[in-house]
Write a protein that binds this ligand. Sequence first.
Ligand SMILES: C[S@@+](CC[C@H](N)C(=O)[O-])C[C@H]1O[C@@H](n2cnc3c(N)ncnc32)[C@H](O)[C@@H]1O
Length: 206
Amino acid sequence: MKNNAELIFFSKWLKSPLRVASVIPSSAQLARAMASALPQREGLVVELGGGTGPITHALLQAGVNPGRLVVIERDSHFCRHLTRRFPGITVLRGDALHMAALVEGLSSDTPTRAVVSGLPMLSMPADIQRQLLQQAMHLTHGKGPLIQFSYSLASPLRRSVEKELGLIPRCVAHVWRNVPPAKVWTFESAAACSPYLEERIEATAS
Ligand SMILES: C[S@@+](CC[C@H](N)C(=O)[O-])C[C@H]1O[C@@H](n2cnc3c(N)ncnc32)[C@H](O)[C@@H]1O
């Protein structure tokens, strides 16, 4: 499965490098570090840009109920792959920019506890970043977090977007065993900074 996933991913990257943004899927270590940034409360987990599913797998391994995991992926081939690989989860084909409408269209009463993003946030213009973060905050009722990995040294969000939306960026893990090495960031509203952050052990995956 792993090699097959890497092959699918690589062929997608060849066709649209800007959309896929990485030559190979995230490592298991990076995926686990993303999953360990989840808050302990109840609710839906919304994953953006599932690709071949390394983070989806880690979220399920971390105990997320498949019935409460929603993956939004733009690419139809990746969607089919995710549906086959993870029976029981909800895979929605669509643009993460419409995440609120897509998730609300499920008519679930369950609140969203976190948005976990594998999108190439760093390369997105400020207005797209702003729209994505506004929607994530809308879905989580202003609590967040949005969990995002990035290959950059600094936060993948523009400072202007963080400031305008009143978001607190936190780097919660450095993952060396990934190509390239990556950091895991959480973004939460300053107004609703939740106590889970103080309780969480900052995981450093090696
Ligand atoms: C860097 S890959 C990450 C894939 C996977 N999560 C991982 O960690 O290996 C980015 C993924 O986001 C998807 N994607 C990019 N822009 C998107 C958008 N606006 N809405 C939904 N999916 C998007 C791409 O198709 C691709 O699967």
